[in-house]
Design a protein around this ligand. Sequence first.
Ligand SMILES: NC(=O)C1=CN([C@@H]2O[C@H](COP(=O)(O)OP(=O)(O)OC[C@H]3O[C@@H](n4cnc5c(N)ncnc54)[C@H](OP(=O)(O)O)[C@@H]3O)[C@@H](O)[C@H]2O)C=CC1
Ligand SMILES: Nc1nc(O)c(N)c(N[C@@H]2O[C@H](COP(=O)(O)O)[C@@H](O)[C@H]2O)n1
Length: 257
Amino acid sequence: MAPLVPLPQDLIPFLDRYLPRKDNDDFFVTLTYAQSLDSRISKGKGIQTIISHPETKTMTHYIRSHHDAILVGINTVLADDPGLNCRYCDHDIRPIIIDPSFKLRTIFQRSKLHENCVNGVGLAPLVVIDRHSLVEGHGIDTLVLDVDPKTGKFSWLDIFKALREKGIRSVMVEGGATVINSLLRRGEDGLFVVNSLIVTVAPIYLGSGGVEVSPREGLAVEDVSWWRGKRDVVCCGRLTSEAGRLAADEQGGEVSC
Ligand SMILES: NC(=O)C1=CN([C@@H]2O[C@H](COP(=O)(O)OP(=O)(O)OC[C@H]3O[C@@H](n4cnc5c(N)ncnc54)[C@H](OP(=O)(O)O)[C@@H]3O)[C@@H](O)[C@H]2O)C=CC1
Ligand SMILES: Nc1nc(O)c(N)c(N[C@@H]2O[C@H](COP(=O)(O)O)[C@@H](O)[C@H]2O)n1
């Protein structure tokens, strides 16, 4: 586990307006990940890859300290064995794992998620499973939803509504690519469910075999700010308005930051 380093102090005001407010009682979704120059978030399927510089890695723990929950897809847990706790300060953050077939059940006892709970340095994960995967006697908190029978996927609105009913008001989504690419798409109502986007870009290429972030359609990020660190840059923005869609269309679907 990489040690955290002092957080560059200018990052705090830079991130501030892209993070949920402390008195937020609506629902807030932050999408955040670290990518290479060729838009890869790992070297290959199932391979954990360090992309962030220690100062931007520390930043992700600072961002975690502003959210009630941290959400990843099951393949990220299988590849990375992540802690998904908050090491920036004493903040409890609830890991949410999207895992329709409940694969976590088979590896949970030897995972860092389990170790963190036992050692009192992380909350127990909540695993979003499909009704057909429901089994007894595993001792893991589950949230049972129905996948769309055609796609085998949960609707993000169903997931976030159910989390809201459990008292969760803010979710930081970290990945992996399947999760990120689907959240970079509009829902059936034409709106994005993501409020803020915080992307670290490291000056490396991971190559064409890498796991790629690239949504099905182009879109324009709005209200963009950039921060430059010792090595990485961080791009913050929003995906909310119709204007973004139009801008992307005018540019032939290219993303403009
Ligand atoms: N650099 C970075 O910031 C990060 C990098 N990563 C990397 O990303 C890679 C993993 O990415 P990827 O393979 O795309 O996997 P994901 O972590 O995105 O997990 C994908 C799986 O999660 C389940 N899932 C996701 N969304 C839904 C949904 N809406 N409904 C139902 N099930 C859903 C599906 O499980 P099922 O197949 O069982 O149906 C799906 O196959 C790893 O290599 C990891 O290291 C991960 C996070 C951050
Ligand atoms: N910000 C960031 N930079 C990288 O280089 C990464 N590989 C990741 N991965 C994400 O962080 C999780 C692991 O973190 P902890 O063990 O919880 O500290 C991993 O699962 C990815 O979600 N992120």
